[in-house]
Ligand binder design. Sequence first.
Ligand code: GLV
Length: 333
Amino acid sequence: MQRPKIFVTRELPERGSREIRERFDVDVWPEYVAPPKDVIIARASKVDALATLLSDEIDAEVFDAAPNLKIVSQFAVGFDNIDVKEATKRGIYVTNTPGVLTETTADFAWALLMAAARRIVEADGYVRSGKWKVGWHPTMLQGMDVYGATIGVVGLGRIGLAIAKRARGFDMEILYYDVVRREGLEKEFGVQYAEIDDLLRKADFVSIHVPLLKDTYHLINEKRLKLMKKTAVLINNARGPVIDEKALYRALKEGWIHGAGLDVFEQEPTSLDNPLLTLGNVVVAPHISSSSVETRARMSGMVAENLIAFFEGRAPPNLVNKAVTEIARPGWT
Ligand code: GLV
């Protein structure tokens, strides 16, 4: 039997890439930088499957050029780079990698929170740049307490809950906002529901864990940043456009809030001209929250698993667009 053809838009960790190579006729984009859109279109036109990253724009233009495309297996939990509605219309399956990256991503949000609250990156620069001229001083690099503070978790999905678990260890009061109140979880995780504006008014730390949707675009805007405490710290390792970055710059520069920790940006990579990068009270990272060796290996394994299940005629375990099964079923190669 002919092996299904796949275009993999970047070299994946060995665990998944080995399995893909064993079973598929594989075309891998060999460079570190993303393939341009016209390359994605040209390669997609020849294959049955794509393995994609969150930085690849997979839309109707790609689907229209790819008559044999049956499945897009994304190496990420978020999939806002894929036009899922257009995929579903065409009977194309879309899968992602949920679950395996939850704790690693929550760890990183917590690292950003601690770093921004306690000014770790500023302190590191202070020592290295020779600013540390006085051995000890009562007001040197004062930060904000984490232990016993109030945290507002925006989005109580898997990662939001993992944040809540960490917050309990720090004896924090935990507020959460979500589009639906999750009463069933409140007691177990010790979390209290609050409307978003109320949460922003009360929280010392606000951590964003919602997907990027029309309704979450610029959810944190100027008006909402102005509701926050002057001592508050804002963390985002979900998606950059959930926060209006221009407003955030003013908030940090003019002292509406104390600090921020950002692993995601409105444009990625963010430009060196981004004014946020001139501020000492923001800690930044290049969208690496799930990047531990083991988690990235597991994610690659899931990418392979979703593809293999599909081409063996089974439902992929992490199907995003369940409605597609009404249109096309796996095993129809
Ligand atoms: C990373 O941002 C992911 O969605 O997995």
